[in-house]
Design a protein around this ligand. Structure first.
Ligand code: H2B
Length: 96
C-alpha cells in the first residue's frame, strides 16, 4: 500500500482512473463546480475523508475550480493510497 508503484503498475492503475492523468509525478485531476461554495464544500468533504485514512490530497482552488494532486510524500511517489484516494474523489463527486 505504501510502496511507490512501478511504471507498469502505474499504467495499470491509470487505466482504472479515466478522469486522472499523470502530471509532475502525481495523480492529477481538475474539477469544475457550479460555484465557489460547491467547490469549498467538496474540499471539506474530501478533507474529512482524507483524515479517516490519514492520507492527504494537495488541493488548489480558484473560484469554482479545484485541482487535486495525489502523491505519497513518505514514499516519494504514487502508491495505492493515492489510487484509493482518487477513487474516493470520484465517489464524492458522484461519478463512481
Ligand atoms: N499524506 C500524503 N499524501 N502523503 C504522505 O506521505 C502522508 C500523508 N503522510 N498524510 C502521513 C500523513 C504521515 O505524515 C502521518 C505521520 O501518517
Amino acid at each position: 500500500m505504501t510502496q511507490a508503484l512501478t511504471p507498469d503498475q502505474l499504467t495499470d492503475a491509470l487505466e482504472t482512473l479515466p478522469r486522472w492523468s499523470l502530471k509532475d509525478g502525481k495523480l492529477h485531476r481538475t474539477m469544475k463546480f457550479g460555484s465557489f461554495s460547491e467547490a469549498l464544500a467538496f474540499m471539506v468533504r474530501l478533507g474529512i475523508e482524507a483524515e479517516k485514512s490519514d492520507h492527504h490530497p494537495e488541493l488548489f482552488n480558484v473560484y469554482s475550480t479545484v485541482t487535486v494532486e495525489l502523491t505519497t510524500h513518505d514514499a516519494g511517489g504514487i502508491t495505492m493510497l493515492d489510487v484509493a484516494l482518487a477513487e474516493a474523489v470520484d465517489r464524492l463527486a458522484g461519478e463512481a
